[in-house]
Design a protein around this ligand. Structure first.
Ligand code: GLC
Ligand code: GLC
Length: 817
């Protein structure tokens, strides 16, 4: 199979050497408010905070070539008239060289055609709402060349939904301003009315010309492959009035042999105060005072260089909080670099904006964002703290939660509403993870509103208890939790019964929902409630702990009595009270989710159900490409099960390898004392370990994808929907906390290695509550006993308490059998 690139672990980069990757292999630029997505061929889009409401540039989803529209620069040799694009797309010309480096927060694409070499670096400086494109062009001819450069972005009219639908309005409202003195194009559609924000696209060079009207630049019957303006080598100084505003600078450069020229483009977002929107105030002219300062600053190559170095430092410092050195290269690079990087991206964007998520339908998912915190909290705990408070503020007085909220407003999304009955319990997991990481118990006293309503505030601790109560208030005929619209599996819709193709499976509730029960939520309740109990005990709230112990016990009994199928846990009871996920069913006999959750919660521990369950998972669900969601997949539509059976067998929720769930089994295997199997499962879906399968896998080899087609799919092994998936957080939890065994507790850092026998040693460096733990794990030698030494002194517990405040580093040596 073909390889499209390779890892450069030292530089923390993935290097793509062939532009025609099976799918666009992309990167996310931006760490805070301004985000820019970019593929290995320059495709992608940008937005400020919210991919729906503040979209800067247009992207055409569902297109061919796949990543159509992006951040392009055309180069034209004026004498010959030959032209090409620095990122291969959109011209797709023959190149003398091509290389894309995806790094942490930046992407550099180099290419060469007609002996003209170009190197463009795209990045978003820290704490800025703009992106830099820095291009260096070198002439490798033995003679002087005159070239023209044409930049290109297409502006989105802010609301990505309206932008893609309301053309009778859109084709009339587009407005721009051009300031030749500063080489800046301003996109200011709707600024005349209620918006106080605009976009700007500037350049460090004087302009030969510019274009802002798409049709003029491209030509009515041309395409991005050969815009007329580029073909003719002359910009038209077009001014957009309605239609489709773009930004294109035309720059002329003369290069001596081997001469290099550096040019900087700046694309960004800016706001003015309402009272300062226009200058002069009684005009309709954009007030550019503030933004022009920024533009001037970043036209200076020195400042760009500084910002780039600062960004690199930022990532080096963030990733230094958790580093490992193990005998396995795939584990090392994923844990040290890419898995943590992806955790940051999922934390920032939940499931909102990718090449597969339109940024329109979804904001921040309640269950998704809480889970994302599990993999992110050690990186920037303060941000996790704020996210927890934001999420809790969308909870309802019942304890239920809005399924999603909009990042711009932080308000719950009414269109989608609530009643995904697993949602509230995830808040417990994220909060406990935060507490264990930081020891910041004050967060529990924060006053947090319900549904963002003033004067409804209750403490976060009360919110967490309400999450438990929400489940307990909604038990079904077997004493198991009612599923509501769905649980973790959005497509297991047991109260939907939709026969109408125009309905959403999740928004229809054709049944009252008093019968269908979820074994997943049952396990999740036990898992979360046990964590709450640990917290109550730590806080010395004994009455509470006792109270919930009772509830936990009852739930466990209900699971064992009504939820055990003999060899594995059932998945659910449907609305008729029939079993889902039982050997009695013809299809969907065994599901992964309830096995994972019940085992992580240690349900049935006394009866030793784990070994039997995990053997069943291995027998029925495990494939070389990962563990499937359920098996056999549904071959026809089941009215009573909903969307799950709408997917063809082996895809998505109908029996694909839904990578998010695999770490639950890895964790269960590790907990059950089978490190070999845990690690074996880990490697099956590790993207780096699948790099050699790129032609089959198709998604990026440095990032987890949501699904890999299951055994029954015609494209078994093919990954889809990369980047925004809970797979990132959970795999990081599985490998770091359960396999490598480094996990924070209320009382200190616990170290409990569960690694394969072939590993003779490994090292971990972990920053925990301000202390660096340098951990070395070794196999005992002949005649030696397992042991744990902290700074040279033998200790008996695997939990290393925090050292004296003056101490900033602790050395741990662990010998394992
Ligand atoms: C998607 C959703 C997530 C859900 C999963 C399974 O990834 O974002 O919330 O749990 O699908 O349906
Ligand atoms: C759709 C998708 C499913 C996703 C859900 C999120 O049902 O098929 O995968 O989890 O939407 O709302």
């Amino acid at each position: 199979m073909k390889k499209y690139g390779y890892f450069d672990d030292l530089r923390k980069e993935y290097i793509i050497t062939h532009p025609d990757t099976p799918l666009p292999w992309i990167n996310y630029l931006g760490t805070d408010s301004y985000f820019s997505l970019i593929s290995n061929t320059g495709g992608g889009y940008s937005f400020y905070k919210d991919a729906r409401y503040r979209r800067l540039t247009r992207y055409r989803y569902n297109n061919t070539p796949f990543d159509s529209n992006g951040k392009y620069i055309y180069i034209r040799e004026n004498k010959t008239g030959k032209f090409w694009s620095t990122t291969w797309q959109p011209t797709r010309h023959t190149m003398e060289m091509y290389q894309c480096q995806h790094g942490l927060g930046y992407t550099t694409i180099q290419s060469q055609a007609e002996k003209i070499h170009s190197k463009v670096t795209y990045f978003v400086p820290l704490n800025e709402n703009l992106e830099i494109w820095k291009i260096k062009i070198t002439n490798h001819h033995t003679h002087t060349v005159d070239i023209s450069l044409f930049s290109f972005v297409e502006f989105c009219l802010w609301d990505a939904q309206g932008d893609a639908t309301n053309f009778q309005r859109n084709f009339n409202i587009g407005e721009v301003e051009i300031d030749s003195a500063t080489s800046t194009i301003y996109h200011k559609t709707e600024y005349r009315e209620r918006r106080n924000h605009f976009a700007f696209f500037s350049c460090s060079e004087p302009l030969k010309g510019y274009d802002t009207q798409r049709e003029k630049f491209i030509g009515s019957y041309h395409s991005m492959e050969s815009p007329v303006v580029v073909e003719n080598g002359n910009s038209l100084k077009s001014h957009a009035h309605g239609w489709a505003p773009i930004g294109s600078h035309h720059i002329e450069v003369t290069l001596e042999p081997e001469q290099t020229k550096e040019i900087i483009f700046i694309l960004g977002y800016s706001e003015n105060k309402k009272s300062e929107k226009f200058s002069p105030p009684d005009s309709q002219i954009l007030n550019k005072d503030k933004v022009n300062q920024k533009i001037t600053y970043y036209k200076d190559p020195k400042n760009v260089e500084d910002a780039f170095i600062a960004l690199k430092r930022y990532w080096d410092q963030l990733l230094s909080k958790f580093t490992i050195k193990t005998p396995d290269v795939h584990t090392n690079r994923m844990v040290n670099i890419w898995n943590q990087y992806q955790c940051m991206v999922t934390f920032n964007l939940s499931r909102s904006a990718s090449f597969f998520e339109s940024g329109i339908g979804r904001g921040m998912g309640f269950r998704d964002s809480n889970q994302d915190i599990l993999g992110f909290v050690h990186l920037i705990p303060e941000k996790a703290r704020q996210r927890i408070l934001d999420l809790a503020s969308t909870q309802m007085p019942s304890g239920g939660a809005y399924h999603q909220y909009q990042p711009l407003t932080k308000r719950g999304n009414h269109e989608l509403g609530s009643n995904f009955n697993d949602d509230p319990l995830w808040l417990i997991l994220s909060t406990v993870a935060y507490l264990k990481e930081t020891g910041d118990f004050d967060i529990l006293k924060e006053d947090i509103p319900f549904e963002n309503q003033k004067n409804s505030e209750k403490s976060l601790l009360t919110h967490l208890e309400l999450s438990l109560k929400y489940t307990l208030d909604r038990l079904g005929p077997h004493g198991l939790p009612l599923i509501g619209r769905a649980d973790w599996n959005d497509c297991l819709n047991l109260n939907c019964f939709s026969e109408e193709p125009n309905q959403s499976f999740q928004t229809t509730a054709n049944k009252e929902g008093k019968i269908a029960e979820s074994l997943f939520i049952a396990g999740q309740f036990v898992y979360a409630a046990k964590q709450m109990n640990e917290l109550f005990i730590y806080l010395k709230m004994v009455d509470k702990a006792n109270h919930y112990s009772g509830a936990i016990q009852k739930m466990e009994e209900a699971i064992v009595q009504h939820g055990w199928d003999g060899e594995w846990f059932l998945r659910a009871y449907d609305d008729r009270g029939h079993k889902v996920g039982s050997h009695e069913n013809n299809e969907g006999q065994i599901y992964i989710e309830s096995q994972g959750m019940c085992l992580m919660a240690e349900v049935g521990k006394k009866m030793k159900l784990a070994t039997k369950t995990l053997a069943s998972v291995h027998r029925h669900l495990a494939t070389p490409h990962g563990i499937m969601l359920h098996h056999p997949p549904y071959t026809r539509y089941h009215l009573e099960l909903g969307e799950i059976s709408s997917y063809p067998p082996g895809y998505k929720e109908n029996g694909s390898i839904f990578c998010h769930t695999n770490p639950w089994i890895m964790i269960a295997e590790a907990m059950n004392g089978n490190p070999e199997q845990a690690y074996n499962y880990y490697l099956r879906i590790n993207p780096s370990a699948r790099e050699h399968l790129s032609d089959l896998h198709r998604c990026e080899p440095y990032i987890y994808a949501q699904t890999i087609a299951g055994y029954d799919a015609p494209t078994f092994g093919e990954a889809k929907n990369s980047w925004l998936t809970g797979t990132a957080a959970w795999n990081f939890v599985a490998i770091s906390q359960y396999i490598l065994g480094i996990h924070p507790t209320f009382n200190g850092l616990a170290i409990e290695p569960k690694v394969p026998q072939t590993w003779l040693e490994y090292k971990v460096s972990r920053l925990f509550r301000g202390v660096i733990y340098s951990i070395e794990v070794k196999r005992v030698e002949e005649g030696e006993n397992p042991s744990c030494e902290v700074d040279g002194i033998q200790v008996n517990s695997s939990t290393i308490p925090l050292p004296d405040v003056s101490k900033k580093e602790v050395k741990v040596l662990i010998k394992i059998p």
